[in-house]
Design a protein. Structure first.
Length: 190
C-alpha cells in the first residue's frame, strides 16, 4: 500500500507546471517549466535581470505551498518574498509584488512544508532552466538547443509583448506544439 501511495504522489508531482509570466494576473507570454519537481527553483537563464511579474502554477498536489523568490544572500533560490497555498484546487496565480519588484524564481513544495515569512532557502535542492518560451500570441519556442544569444533576443522580445510575426525567420525552427497555439493564446489573454 505504501508503494502505491508513493507512486501516486510521484505521478501527480511529475505533472507540476510553473509559468513565470511577463504580465500581471498570470497573463501574457511566459517562461515554461513543465514537470518541475518540488523544492526546485524555476529560474530564467543565468544573467536574467528581468524576472517574472506573476507566476502561474498548475497540476500541483492539493494544499501544497507555492513560493516566489528573489535572488539574495547566495542561497540556491534566494529569499522567499511571497508564498501561498494551492488549496483544494490544483492551480493558482502568485500575485504581483509591490511596486516594480519582480520574482527571480518560483517553486513549490509538498503539503505541510509552508514557509511564507521570508525565510532563507534551506530546502531548495536546485535550479531549473526553462523548457520553452511562449509569446503573447500563444506561439511556443523550445529553448533546449537554442544558443544563448538567440535566447536573449527572444526573451527581450517576449517581455515587450512580441508576437510570432515579429520574430526573425530563424526562430521558426524552434517552434513547438503548433497544434495548440490557439488554446494557449486564449489561456494567456483571459
Amino acid at each position: 500500500m505504501k508503494v502505491l501511495a508513493l507512486f501516486s504522489l510521484a505521478s501527480v508531482a511529475a505533472g507540476v507546471t510553473i509559468r513565470n509570466h511577463f504580465e500581471d494576473n498570470c497573463r501574457g507570454g511566459y517562461l515554461d517549466f513543465p514537470n518541475i519537481p518540488p523544492k526546485v527553483c524555476a529560474v530564467a537563464i543565468s544573467g536574467n535581470v528581468r524576472g517574472a511579474v506573476t507566476v502561474a502554477y498548475s497540476q500541483v498536489p492539493l494544499y501544497s505551498p507555492i513560493y516566489g523568490w528573489q535572488a539574495r544572500d547566495g542561497y540556491t533560490c534566494g529569499t522567499i518574498v511571497k508564498g501561498d497555498i494551492i488549496g483544494s484546487g490544483d492551480s493558482k496565480c502568485l500575485a504581483k509584488l509591490a511596486g516594480t519588484a519582480l520574482y527571480s524564481g518560483s517553486s513549490w513544495s509538498q503539503p505541510g512544508l509552508l514557509n511564507v515569512k521570508g525565510g532563507k532557502d534551506v530546502a531548495c535542492t536546485g535550479k531549473m532552466a526553462p523548457h520553452s518560451i511562449v509569446l503573447n500570441d500563444g506561439h511556443k519556442y523550445s529553448l533546449n538547443s537554442m544558443d544563448n544569444e538567440m535566447f536573449k533576443t527572444l526573451y527581450r522580445m517576449a517581455v515587450k509583448g512580441a508576437t510570432s510575426q515579429e520574430l526573425p525567420i530563424e526562430y521558426a525552427a524552434f517552434e513547438i506544439e503548433m497544434e495548440t497555439v490557439q488554446q494557449r493564446a486564449q489561456e494567456i489573454q483571459d
